[in-house]
Each structure stands twice: as C-alpha cells, then as structure tokens.
Design a protein. Structure first.
Length: 158
C-alpha cells in the first residue's frame, strides 16, 4: 500500500481503478470553485454557508474571520491545482493526492467539531458548508480506496 502512496517514480503510470481518476475530476472542480468563492466573497460565504453572525462581532474580529476564509480559499486553490497537475501529468501521485485532500477535509471537520462555535442557527441542523465538506470528505475517502486498488491489467500508462 505504501508503494502506491509513495511511488519510487512519479510518472503517469497509474495502478488504481480508473473510476478514481474520474471521481477526482468533479472534486477538483468543486474545490476550485469553493476556493475562488472564498477569495471573492468571503464575508457573504461566512454568513450564509457557515452561519457566522459577522455583524454581531466587532469590526476587527469580523475582518480576521473574513481574512481566515480568504486564506482557506487560497489553500483550497493550491491543493486543487496540485490535484489537477497530478490528474494531467503525474497520475502515479493520485493516491497521495487523495490522501492529502482527505486529510485536509476530515481534519477541518474534526477541528470544527472539536472547537464548536456557539452559533445559534435558525434551522438547528448542521451548516450548508459542513454538509458540503462532509460529502467531499466521503468522496475523497472512497476515491482514496479506489486509487489504491489494483486493476486486472496491472499498471496502466495514460
């Protein structure tokens, strides 16, 4: 398994199931959109998707939260770009890319659950942002498992 995650040579030779390649495409697109959205409209996103009442905070705390969202957006764009490069040129890296993206997605959810903010939501349920990230984390974990699997034909160069 470790040889799939950390191949001796990083090339376009891919050993996992082809479905993992196609599953990563919409994930990369969603991550890019999320990242750009966080960069461009961080304040609105923080208030709607994550339910943060920024207007009830002072100007400085609200500005810090908005900047945190923007840096999170940049981080998503960087990771999605790395995944895009792996998809296009270095497919041997796909298990590692899946692992990094899954670690990021699951880690963020764990941090949010371990350090919950006292936000009163009108719906009472989890935020839209949390549900999107939960779906992405599940897809990433499935993709990671698929990227580790062996195809019947062995390694394929694409």
């Amino acid at each position: 398994m470790l040889s799939h995650i950390f191949p001796k040579q990083i090339d376009n030779t891919y050993r996992g199931y082809r479905l993992a390649i196609w599953l990563l495409v919409p994930i990369v697109v969603v991550k890019m959109i999320m990242g750009f959205n966080m960069l461009v409209d961080a304040r609105e996103l923080a208030q709607t998707a994550d339910g943060l009442p920024l207007d009830s905070f002072g100007a400085l705390p609200a500005a810090i939260i908005v900047m945190d969202f923007k840096t999170g957006g940049l981080e998503r764009i960087v990771l999605a770009t790395l995944a895009l490069v792996a998809l296009l040129r270095y497919r041997a890296m796909l298990p590692l890319i899946y692992l990094l993206l899954a670690f990021d997605a699951v880690g963020l959810m764990v941090l949010w659950k371990a350090n919950p903010l006292p936000i009163v939501r009108s719906s009472g349920g989890p935020s839209l942002g949390f549900m999107i990230n939960l779906s992405l984390a599940a897809a990433l974990l499935i993709g990671f498992a698929l990227s580790l699997g062996k195809t019947d034909k062995g390694a394929m160069s694409v």
